[in-house]
Design a protein around this ligand. Sequence first.
Ligand code: C2E
Ligand code: MG
Ligand code: MG
Ligand code: MG
Length: 282
Amino acid sequence: RAKEGGRGTYHVFDPTMHQMALERLNLETELRYALNRHEFLLHYQPIVHLKTGKIQGFEALIRWNSPTRGLVSPSQFIPVTEETGLIVPLGQWVLKEACSQLREWQKLGLVDDSMSVSVNLTAHQFTQVDFCQQLDQILAETRLSPHHLKLEITESTIMDNQRSAQSILQQLKSRHISLSIDDFGTGYSSLSYLHAFPVDILKVDRSFVQSLDGSRENLGLIPAIFSITQAMGMSAIAEGIETAIQLAQLRHLNYEFGQGYFFSKPLPSEAVVELLKTDPQW
Ligand code: C2E
Ligand code: MG
Ligand code: MG
Ligand code: MG
């Protein structure tokens, strides 16, 4: 019962909050079943080598094909799985699916030895004590060479877990699995961690790329981030390239790799096969 306390009275029962809590509970329950019911799938977005215009690899991006909600985007459910811990089995499924998919394309002769697959990891997944053992098992089962796998984490995953990150990243390094920092530039302002951790690739967040409009005034941090990668022996991937003008500017600035709707949206695996058959060059 609501208290009678004059101003500042609180309500014990707030119908909208109740509704939200119910909806959240439904979502959690549906997600828990979704894995066993095979409702998840991966789409793949090409990552393009800007000098040659050829596909260098694919980023695996999860989708949820829910019988009640339709195709749900990861930003709507990955945070929930992260909070409930469901991300651990789900993330293992993603890794295994992505590795076996690339292995299959290799066997079909659709991709050469330079082609890699990139998989996104949350902090919860990355800091599992047995993460590397799980990874070894998946690579052994799918028979994918670790050279062909790239992992993507964000700056905050490293910074919030500095001690465990150090040892996990060393273990990845010894396996020749390369590591990308996703959404680079949107997180921590300090760059010192780049020295302390073995990072191979910076993926420049699409917010930086989207302000490229052909003028020299709107380059923003794009040239500076490129200089950092050069100084530290890393590669740069520009995310979210949507226009020919953005692509031309990034090429002019010597960016090595790019990804975005200008080349292709993330595609279901059958569409990737069709794309690979045409051997595209942008
Ligand atoms: P992300 O790793 O930064 O992935 C890039 C996102 O940008 C993808 O959204 C992609 O579809 C979108 N994108 C690519 N090119 C363009 C473009 O030119 N313009 C615009 N506007 N967007 C573009 P998506 O697939 O919705 O994924 C969102 C985020 O969800 C990902 O961001 C990643 O953080 C997370 N995510 C996706 N799949 C997985 C997964 O398997 N595991 C985990 N842990 N996280 C995932
Ligand atoms: Mg990513
Ligand atoms: Mg990103
Ligand atoms: Mg992102």
